[in-house]
Ligand binder design. Structure first.
Ligand code: ADP
Length: 490
């Protein structure tokens, strides 16, 4: 069963229940009100008849002492049509009530039984619905007391025909009106549900088309109000947009990785073919070795990024003396440099909380880049200074510089200004991506300023943490590793 049908049925059933309850309550109220009116008039008549009866019984004459048709003065109230009155007296000898007097309406049809026999035993007022000769009556009975002694009962009955007819009519009208309303509600409910759910149909259709056509660029068209459905469409479209972007990034990444892997493999293959033809060749062997080293580096870098993406790269946080770390990197860089001078600028004493191995890896990436992209005779300068809240490390070179257009992208994976040059230098195109993640994971930031042909300055800023907080952070890191993760893909 579709949601539309279910909603329509639900609305209609609820409406039917409400109409039924309303009809029941309305007819009960009407019934109660009309019966009250009947009871009131019956009691009024009974009161009148009692007064006459008491007078008659207190002044017995020849005529009225006999059982049966007693000529009693008729009160005006007795003239109401459909009203029946009986006076029953208690016979001392037979211990049974006998009919002392009956109104003309009963005498005319010769009715001599009690209208409500059970009530004749009660010392209290009794009101009851009874059916006499297929006529629905309301009968009220009151005891008849003379000189403080109960001598019999007076019964007055009134036909409930008008009351029953009024209630039947009301129920009839309610039934017809109710059925009509429910029918209208069924059609209207179906129409409204269809209209309201139309965008959902559009969503599922688009989702099916996307699956069928494998096309994430599609969006659901919606020009309705920004209600729940509107929000659903918006969220769905946002999700599609995000998925589309992620797939693009993933596709580009896979293409980049395949390309990066294929290049060294082709080189290795070519050199092996060469050696098969000409025999052992030292140059070819060196090329094979250097390409396989490059591939190993590439795979290592990729693994590291994959771990970072999956949030499985933990940092071993300790108090790190940044000045010592900078000195170590400086010494290592001097060994690596060939034709480029490595200079140590001003170095302040600074401690930060961090993973010293990762921070060293970051700095080495920056410094080796400086060495790679600076021609002989140039310089790479390392410096460290502290301000109020930050430790700032600058790696400035006098090298090629980076064109302005490329600057926003150089931290992206596999982005290289000059692919061929990077490749010759043994680069993987992942060094700066890794550097950025390490900086982020330390709550720091990394940036670059560059002038083409003049050189570049990479700046790493790390937050200085108050000693107490730092100790606490280190304690936590060691208690439940891994606590600090490199962030996932941006
Ligand atoms: P690679 O392994 O190619 O060096 P990186 O991610 O470390 O990869 O750097 C990305 C690109 O940024 C490099 O290919 C290079 O074009 C550019 N680059 C990085 N550092 C420098 C620098 N100091 N001077 C000029 N260009 C740089």
């Amino acid at each position: 069963m579709t949601i539309r049908t279910r909603l329509t049925f639900l609305y209609s059933t609820l409406l039917a229940i409400v109409i039924l309850m309303f009809s029941a309550v309305t007819s009960s109220i009407l019934n109660w009100t009309l019966r009250n009116q009947v009871d009131e008039s019956l009691l009024e008549v009974l009161g009148d008849v009692r007064s006459y009866a008491v007078i008659t019984l207190l002044n017995p004459t020849q005529d009225n002492s006999a059982q049966g048709a007693v000529p009693m003065p008729q009160p005006n109230s007795l003239s109401t049509p459909g009203l029946f009155v009986q006076i029953w007296l208690h016979d001392e000898q037979s211990q049974r009530p006998f009919l002392q007097w009956a109104s003309l309406s009963l005498m005319g049809v010769g009715y001599t039984d009690s209208l409500d026999p059970e009530a004749l035993d009660s010392p209290h007022e009794v009101r009851r619905d009874v059916v006499v000769d297929n006529v629905h009556l309301r009968v009220a009975t009151i005891p008849l007391n003379v000189n403080g002694q109960m001598v019999g009962h007076i019964q007055a009955g009134s036909s409930l025909h008008t009351v029953d007819a009024a209630i039947d009519r009301l129920l009839e009208i309610m039934l017809i009106a109710g059925a009509g309303t429910i029918l209208i509600a069924l059609f209207a409910g179906d129409f409204v549900a269809r209209r309201a759910l139309r965008p959902i149909d559009a969503i599922s259709q688009t989702a099916r088309q996307i699956t069928a056509a494998d096309d994430l660029s599609r969006r659901i068209p919606y020009d309705g109000p920004p209600d729940e459905i509107g929000q659903l469409v918006e969220t769905f479209n946002d999700t599609l947009g995000r998925l589309e972007r992620l797939f693009k990034v993933q596709r580009r990444f896979v293409a980049d990785v395949s390309h990066e892997m294929r290049t060294p493999l082709t080189a290795i293959q070519g050199n092996l073919d060469l050696m098969r033809r000409i025999g052992h060749d030292e140059e070819a062997m060196e090329a094979i070795q250097s390409e396989s080293q490059r591939m190993t580096r590439l795979v290592d870098d990729l693994l590291l990024l994959a771990k970072a993406d999956a949030g499985r790269l933990s940092l071993e946080k300790t108090m790190v003396e940044l000045d010592t770390l900078v000195l170590e990197v400086y010494n290592q860089a001097r060994v690596l440099s060939d034709g480029v001078e490595v200079i140590l600028g001003p170095v302040d004493q600074v401690q930060v909380v961090g993973d010293s191995d990762r921070l060293k890896q970051l700095l080495l990436n920056l410094v080796t880049n400086g060495l790679k992209y600076t021609p002989d005779g140039g310089t790479v300068t390392l410096s460290l200074n502290r301000s109020d809240d930050w430790a700032t490390i600058n790696v400035a070179d006098t090298g090629l510089g980076i064109p302005e257009d490329d600057l926003p992208y150089i931290f992206d994976r596999f982005y290289r200004v000059d692919k061929a040059r990077s490749r010759v230098q043994g680069g993987t195109g992942l060094g700066l991506s890794i550097a950025r993640w390490i900086a982020d994971a330390h709550g720091g930031e990394i940036g670059v300023t560059s002038t083409q042909g003049k050189g570049s300055t990479f700046t790493l800023r790390l937050p200085l943490v108050p000693v107490q907080v730092a100790k606490e952070s280190i304690r936590k890191t060691h208690l439940n590793l891994p606590t600090v993760r490199l962030p996932g893909s941006r």
